[in-house]
Design a protein around this ligand. Structure first.
Ligand code: BES
Ligand code: MN
Ligand code: ZN
Length: 489
């Protein structure tokens, strides 16, 4: 669905604007535009805390919304993103909004402006494609920045448009029901997006995948009447590379619907959310679509591993053994542990190109959600320096991650009597045993794995998260690529 939010960087308040968001801190003077004293604001429950808003009634002129920014000297990009989201929600239904949020914080103007755009746009997100007669209302937002902050605001707005649009697209893809986004359709979308955003793209069908020995993706696909697709995306930085060229591989789990297969899931709410099991692939695709506009200096290769996972007469059975691209074998003890099977082939292919680092992103385990909840993704991997880069990217994006240990001692729980490993471990530490499975396919490439099962969706609106798919990981991956350096091994 179209993103109907238009944000511009301007030098002064537009004359005809419906809403003005006036930043108010927890301390300091109340701007005159508000027209009320701090005591009066306090009486009405408004203290200037981040995310708080108070609509101030007036008989004429634009509606004034007092916009809490906390302690303005301590404002971070996350603060600005949250404040902008709060403004979007408080001003919802209005066609034009202006705010001096970027000028009100001591933060670098470019970073502040980018965060403001992200907050406003992403809080305005709705998936409306399948609601008859409903469209996202158009709103124009003016970010007022003056003097020395003007230039930074201009460039931050441009970057914010790009990053917010990427996350918006990832949400759209994940919110799309299974029948509207099969693996083939996902590949078609990827081809279209690649063309628009200057990426090279190659699509692999079942025949090609068979020749390549991608038995994991094909094994999961066996139960489906829809063919699988693997999409390889390549971003090559233009111009002459300065210094040695860097190369980052991203692999995304693209299960367009996870029924569990023969190990059928119960018909509960979480099963109904399994149209979002391609959120990892959506994050990789969307993130990569932003790299050219953001002038990323690192070469990035992406693999989207797409199929649905269904039970049928042809579905992989319990006890079946699959052979992956790198020659390793796995005995299937639960067809619902399918994500690791499709990622295995993607990671194997990624490893073959000897990149400087590899990251995968997947709605992989309920166990990770049990451990970290719905706000935080798990990160595990083989290289601390690279994991550190992932954590830093997560911090900048305000997409929180927490590291879990890749405990080698748990590897024995994957031991199989007939194959190199079973596809599930024991009853505990499911997020770790899943990552240990994946580590069998990463050779000696520095690797990090993001388990986004928890934060892939939210039940209700929450700041810049809008109910439904979150697009989690999209902006994290953008940050990771933009700031990537070769990790020490
Ligand atoms: N896609 C699911 C994991 C998931 C669960 C994502 C809830 C988002 C929300 C994954 O394919 C799965 O089914 N995992 C199993 C693994 C188990 C069989 C070892 C799980 O977590 O139960
Ligand atoms: Mn599953
Ligand atoms: Zn799954």
């Amino acid at each position: 669905m179209a993103n109907n939010v238009t944000v511009d960087s301007v030098r002064s308040f537009p004359r005809k604007v419906e809403v003005i968001g006036v930043p108010v801190g927890t301390t300091g003077a109340i701007p005159r535009q508000v027209g009320l004293s701090r005591a009066t604001l306090n009486t009405h429950g408004f203290h200037g805390r981040v995310g708080q808003t108070l609509t101030v009634p007036s008989s004429s002129g634009p509606t004034i919304i007092a916009l809490g920014i906390g302690d303005s000297r301590k404002a971070t990009v996350a603060t600005v993103r949250r404040s902008a989201a709060a403004l979007a929600r408080a001003a919802s239904g209005r066609a034009s909004v202006a705010t001096s949020l970027v000028d009100a914080v001591s933060l670098d103007a470019r970073a502040a402006a980018q965060a403001a755009v992200e907050g406003f746009v992403l809080a305005s997100y709705r998936y409306t494609d399948l609601k008859s007669g409903v469209e996202n209302p158009a709103v124009s937002v003016a970010l007022v920045a003056t003097g020395s902050r003007a230039k930074g605001c201009d460039s931050g707005v441009e970057r914010g448009r790009t990053t917010a649009a990427a996350a918006w697209t990832a949400r759209d893809l994940a919110n799309t029901p299974p029948a509207y986004l099969t693996a083939r359709m996902m590949a078609d979308r990827a081809v279209a997006m690649a063309k628009e955003s200057g990426l090279d793209v190659e699509v692999f069908d079942n025949d090609k995948l068979a020749v390549m020995g991608c038995g994991g993706l094909l094994g999961v696909n066996r139960g489906s009447i829809e063919p699988a697709r693997m999409v390889k995306l390549t971003y090559n930085p233009s111009g002459k590379p300065s210094g040695s060229p860097r190369h980052l591989v991203m692999v995304g789990k693209g299960i367009t619907y996870d029924s569990g297969g023969i190990s059928l899931k119960p018909s509960d709410a979480s099963h109904a959310n399994m149209k979002m099991d391609m959120s990892g692939a959506a994050a990789v695709l969307s993130a990569m679509s932003a790299l050219k506009a953001l002038r990323c200096r690192t070469k990035v290769t992406g693999y989207l591993m797409c199929t649905d996972n269904r039970p049928s007469g042809s579905a992989m059975a319990m006890g079946d053994v699959l052979t992956f691209r790198n020659g390793k074998t796995s005995e299937i003890h639960n067809t619902d542990a399918e994500g690791r099977l499709v990622l295995a082939d993607g990671l194997s292919l990624g490893t073959e190109s000897k990149p400087d680092a590899m990251v995968d992103i997947a709605t992989l385990t309920g166990a990770c959600m049990a451990a970290l909840g719905t706000k935080i993704a798990g990160v595990l991997g083989t290289n601390e320096a690279f994991i550190e880069q992932v954590k830093e990217a997560a911090g900048r994006a305000d997409e929180p991650v927490w590291q879990l240990p890749l405990e080698r001692d748990y590897r024995r729980s994957l031991d199989s009597n007939v194959a190199d490993m079973r596809n599930i471990g024991g009853p505990y530490a499911g997020a770790i045993t899943a990552a240990l499975f994946l580590s069998e396919f990463t050779g000696n490439v520095p690797w990090a794995h993001l388990d986004i099962a928890g934060p892939m969706s939210v039940d209700g609106d929450d700041g810049w998260l809008s109910r439904g798919a979150t697009g989690f990981g999209t902006r994290l991956l953008i940050e990771l690529a933009l700031n990537f350096t070769k990790p020490k091994r």
